[in-house]
Write a protein that binds this ligand. Structure first.
Ligand SMILES: Cc1cc2nc3c(=O)[nH]c(=O)nc-3n(C[C@H](O)[C@H](O)[C@H](O)COP(=O)(O)OP(=O)(O)OC[C@H]3O[C@@H](n4cnc5c(N)ncnc54)[C@H](O)[C@@H]3O)c2cc1C
Length: 478
């Protein structure tokens, strides 16, 4: 795609954004449940789960299924699903490794197993959604990865060959076949993966899981931040802070599912960086606008650049359009005010009209951002602390919608002290390299982003800095 910061689409972009609410479309939903009361005073549970996004919610739900006799308490600083889990693109991918290529580079010998576990994981999510009657628009649409530059077409063709050799049912589409699915003048071809991705309405999934947890006997307190944890007796003592003041909790075991937020364990402080990813939502397309682009298969779509866009249709025929910029703030800052970023939203809107010039005149109704937990290997890592009484799963980077259920299973295996197919994986046993502390961290991120942008503009050629990171197995992505 032509990168058009201030180019032809800029005026159209400004107009299209004029009335966009600075709000998360998925959370702006009458189905949003009431917040649950914070914890006050003291509580005790066999398992305490910290964080009420998908990772925490799956952990709590699966824990009750594994050990019905054990009590589970979930503590969420805000409301369940209000962070990444309620504001993402809703691409539920089978891949546990942030895509096939990343998995192939890091764990070629166990990729077949990881891919099988990923497919089973995605199937189980779909089954749970159906069994529990969670109304979250679960659609097995598959995904198109589109090439908008010649070198991307070459790379995707190679990738399709590798994926087919590994047993994936994928195919390459030429420009004409791609445009017959979804019409953009920027498309040169696409890799079609009809089975690897389902689409979901993210917040509805989180709310459905919260309901399922409560139905299964999990106690959930929202508006309750955990401020510390330490060993006490044979278990763990947690301190909390909420609207009703400080509290304490005695736990047998603790599962940490805090994603991009400051980790409660010192050893994890350099392992992830919070990166802001931004999204736009259009108004529903008219029948004519829809006819102008096609998209009968409703596939999730991403482009193949380093700095990529992802986009999809909603139930009522809007287009969600996100990605491209991945913004890190000095000192790993996380702040509500960072969820809006005019420059990025304008750039995204301009790219939208470069991709779909037929839709000029379409307006955006919502604009937002959210924070992801980037780690240097782009896929979740796992571990135990406090003599095995605590476990964590973090670092999904931008692909945790489905992988978070796998992360929950690994945490429960670890807390049970169980030796399973999952815990034996190298991917589970190995940790990524940490990020350096500031100021090297933000300098490194800035240099990497600049280099990735340059590679996108120069036929994908990676400079010496990116090649060095490749050799170290480190990177920066969203
Ligand atoms: C804009 C955006 C688009 C994305 N698009 C996709 C996509 O299309 N597909 C995909 O696979 N992934 C996507 N992701 C990533 C995906 O959303 C996440 O990987 C996934 O939701 C992670 O779930 P989680 O439960 O680990 O984290 P979260 O949903 O962030 O949940 C962590 C929770 O922990 C709580 N918490 C933190 N600290 C404490 C504490 N001390 N005490 C109590 N509670 C605490 C937080 O309030 C939060 O609710 C996207 C992310 C963003 C931001």
């Amino acid at each position: 795609m032509t990168r058009t910061g201030a180019a032809p689409g800029a005026a159209a972009a400004r107009t299209a954004l004029a009335d966009a609410a600075p709000a998360v479309y998925w959370l702006d939903d009458p189905a949003r449940p009431e917040a649950l009361p914070p914890l006050s005073g003291h509580a005790a549970a066999d398992l305490v789960v910290v964080g009420g996004g998908y990772t925490g919610l799956w952990t709590a739900l699966l824990a009750r299924q594994r050990h019905p006799g054990r009590s589970v308490l979930l503590l969420e600083a805000d409301v369940c699903g209000s962070q990444a889990s309620g504001r993402n693109g809703g691409f539920a991918a089978a891949s546990l490794t942030h895509g096939f290529s990343n998995g192939m580079e890091r764990w070629p010998d166990e990729l077949a197993r990881l891919d099988r576990l990923g497919v089973e994981n995605l199937t189980e999510i779909g089954r749970t959604v159906a069994d529990l009657g969670i109304d979250c628009g679960w659609e097995q649409t598959g995904e198109l990865t589109v090439a908008t530059a010649a070198h991307q077409l070459t790379e995707l063709t190679e990738l399709a060959g590798e994926m087919r050799s590994a047993g994936h049912d994928v195919e390459m589409l030429d420009a004409e076949a791609t445009r017959a699915r979804l019409d953009s003048p920027t498309y040169l071809g696409a890799l079609s993966d009809p089975h690897g991705t389902a689409l979901v309405e993210p917040a509805r999934l989180a709310w459905g899981l919260r309901r399922a947890c409560r139905d299964a006997g999990v106690t959930v307190h929202e508006g309750t931040r955990v401020t510390g944890l330490s060993k006490a007796g044979g278990g763990v003592r947690l301190t909390t802070d909420g609207a009703d003041g400080p509290g304490t909790v005695t736990a047998g075991r603790v599962a940490l599912a805090t994603n991009a937020f400051p980790p409660l364990l010192r050893r994890l402080r350099l392992m992830t960086v919070p990166v802001y990813d931004y999204v736009l939502m259009t108004e529903p397309l008219s029948a004519e606008q829809r006819a102008a682009i096609g998209w009968a298969g409703r596939e999730g779509v991403g482009d193949a650049a380093n700095q990529f866009h992802y986009y999809r249709l909603t139930r009522d025929g809007r287009i969600l359009w996100g990605g491209y910029d991945a913004i890190y703030h000095y000192g790993s800052r996380i702040d509500r005010t960072l969820e809006q970023r005019d420059a990025t939203h304008r750039l995204l809107a301009a790219h939208f009209f470069t991709t779909f010039p037929q839709l000029e005149g379409l307006r955006f109704t919502h604009r937002w951002g959210g924070v992801i937990d980037t780690c240097t290997r782009f896929s979740a890592f796992f571990g135990r602390a406090l003599d095995g009484r605590a476990a964590y799963a973090l670092g999904y980077t931008g692909l945790g919608v489905a992988a978070s259920r796998f992360g929950a299973q690994v945490m429960l295996d670890h807390l049970d002290g169980a030796d399973t197919e999952r815990t034996r994986l190298r991917m589970v046993r190995q940790r990524p390299l940490p990020f350096p502390p500031e100021p090297a961290r933000s300098a490194g991120v800035a240099l990497t982003r600049w280099s990735l942008d340059r590679a996108d503009r120069h036929d994908g050629r990676r400079n010496a800095w990116l090649r060095m990171l490749d050799r170290l197995g480190m990177g920066f992505d969203s």
